[in-house]
Design a protein around this ligand. Sequence first.
Ligand SMILES: Cc1cc2nc3c(=O)[nH]c(=O)nc-3n(C[C@H](O)[C@H](O)[C@H](O)COP(=O)(O)OP(=O)(O)OC[C@H]3O[C@@H](n4cnc5c(N)ncnc54)[C@H](O)[C@@H]3O)c2cc1C
Length: 307
Amino acid sequence: MSSTGSSSIHRISDLHAARQAGDRPVISFEFFTPKTEAGDVKLMEVTMPALLELAPDYVSVTYGAGGTTRTKTLTLVDAIQKQFDLTTMAHLTCVGHTRDEIAAILDEAKALGIRNILALRGDPPAGESEFSKPEGGFEFSYQLVDFIRKHGGDFCIGTAGFPEGHLACADGKLADWGYLKQKVDAGADFVLTQLFFDNADFFAFRDHMVNELGVTVPICPGILPILSSKQITRFTQLCGARMPMALQTRLEDLADDDAGATAFGIEYATRQCEELIREGVPGLHLYSLNKAHSVSAILGNLGLDHR
Ligand SMILES: Cc1cc2nc3c(=O)[nH]c(=O)nc-3n(C[C@H](O)[C@H](O)[C@H](O)COP(=O)(O)OP(=O)(O)OC[C@H]3O[C@@H](n4cnc5c(N)ncnc54)[C@H](O)[C@@H]3O)c2cc1C
């Protein structure tokens, strides 16, 4: 397997390529950049060591809405790679950045030994409901993918896929999936999806991408363990993910019982992952929400808590 810098820091496409039939899917966990110093300490001293027990293949760190976490994202990715010798991907968004700024971020990332970038358009800054193209920047993420690919640095590039179609795509999900193909054609090496609660949506999306559009890069489902009824209502409103009626009803029953909702969320995500694995997904991307408990329980239930 090829790698650069430390022997344990790999290009994610190489992790996928190295998987043999019957191996565990490529397991990744997503973190957001903590807002406080106490959050940083907890992530590095409590959550990360607990999650390392599960031998993830890589982890990823988000780029704050509105492009607010440039330094923080790169610093955290660098710290995780150096302290834990674990492949870590930096998310990067188009929001508020000129091409020159993006180029400088890529140069900085390369200098730090960061090998993997998730190229996104990004959520709009707080208080704004719609993305607006920055002066001198990019309108769509396929342009960012193309720019990263041409900029050099030999980055492995991930891109976002939306099993239910992207919320803002007025032309419907088939049009959105066509734009995903454009991102892959621009140079994306793999796809991580938005969270979803009905695997049928993922399978329809994957089948269309593979069979109709000829996409061959790994398409990895993103799974969110439900922590509470309130949390999941907020998330689904933000990203547009549909909740099947039975799930909605169950969560209404658990509206005042966060511990019960968390336990139910572990069970639900376990069942989702079991079916996804049976159907041959190449990876599982778990939205950890910077907590180890649910993710550990899900992988334990699946018997995937070790390599
Ligand atoms: C795994 C994952 C991680 C994420 N991490 C972050 C993060 O760290 N920070 C953050 O701010 N956000 C993050 N997001 C959210 C993401 O930035 C938003 O959902 C954003 O609105 C869309 O990003 P995109 O890269 O898919 O955009 P794009 O691919 O640019 O798509 C944006 C919209 O434009 C449409 N579109 C795309 N190409 C074209 C075209 N050529 N012509 C016309 N329309 C087009 C699409 O259908 C879509 O509606 C993440 C999402 C996922 C799935």
